[in-house]
Design a protein around this ligand. Structure first.
Ligand code: HEM
Ligand code: HEM
Length: 194
């Protein structure tokens, strides 16, 4: 059955939407990444004496961080096999360039940040290990070396903050198109919603 399409709409709304599988994976990934980021920021500022810190928050941060990594890889694989809609024609060239750059940076950071986190745990002489849900412990493959740990810790933190900045930019962009531009054709949020 055909949709009733507004007269000034250049294509049926669904033609400009991301496929349902990409939309579902996007929101699942957003939830896991924002949760992992938030727990990371909170846990490092808690006192070491608090049992919650090393018994709950650290292991969960690590396993959800690894899940974010896998979801990032799954999203890349899914993207390669999907019909991805073109950016809305009405976007200004700088908006188009910035959003493409931000999306690429997301894919890169969702690989780099967890790998640096894993390398940090793996090289730390006093690491409690890296759990992954019902699979048990992930082997820590790198040699133990606290100097390397410090390097990976700095890299993990720096890239995680870059990811945080990117989330803020990304959300601000989506909200700008919806609430400030108020141009239905450039409303990118619609393309990601059910
Ligand atoms: C997308 C995934 C991840 C994000 C967004 C993330 C983010 C963060 C953030 C924001 C911090 C706090 C940094 C600070 O202020 O010092 C942190 C700390 C930490 N992360 Fe992650 N992380 C991720 C994945 C991982 C993974 C996969 C591991 C290990 C397998 C890991 C291990 C750690 C550890 C051990 C700390 C504490 C470092 C310390 O005590 O100084 N993270 N993470
Ligand atoms: C950490 C969380 C998030 C990550 C990692 C993320 C990642 C991404 C990526 C990689 C894309 C590009 C999809 C592609 O073409 O392959 C995308 C698109 C999009 N995201 Fe997010 N996102 C996150 C959170 C959010 C949130 C909270 C919002 C809501 C405001 C949002 C709204 C959108 C929209 C509207 C698009 C479509 C953009 C377009 O059509 O050009 N994202 N996101």
């Amino acid at each position: 059955m055909k949709h009733a399409v507004a007269m000034n709409s250049p294509a049926p709304p669904d033609a400009q939407k991301y496929p349902a599988s990409m939309r579902a994976l996007h929101w699942l990934r957003a939830l896991v990444v924002i949760g992992t980021l938030s727990v990371g920021l909170v846990m490092v500022n808690l006192p070491d004496e608090l049992p919650l810190k090393f018994e709950q928050l650290y292991p969960n941060h690590k396993q959800f961080g690894l899940l974010a990594f896998l979801l990032g890889l799954a999203a890349l694989a899914l993207r390669a096999r999907s019909r991805v809609p073109q950016p809305p024609a009405g976007l200004k060239p700088w908006e188009r360039k910035l959003s493409t750059l931000a999306h690429r940076a997301f894919y890169a950071l969702l690989i780099i940040v967890p790998l640096m986190g894993y390398s940090m745990s793996s090289t730390f002489t006093q690491s409690d290990g890296v759990p992954f849900f019902f699979f048990g412990q992930v082997p820590e493959l790198l040699p133990k070396n606290d100097r390397w740990f410090e390097v990976f810790q700095l890299l993990h933190r720096t890239f995680a903050y870059a990811l945080l900045a990117l989330v803020v930019l990304h959300v601000a962009g989506a909200l700008k198109h919806r609430f400030i531009d108020k141009d239905a054709e450039n409303d990118v949020l619609r393309r990601m919603l059910p």
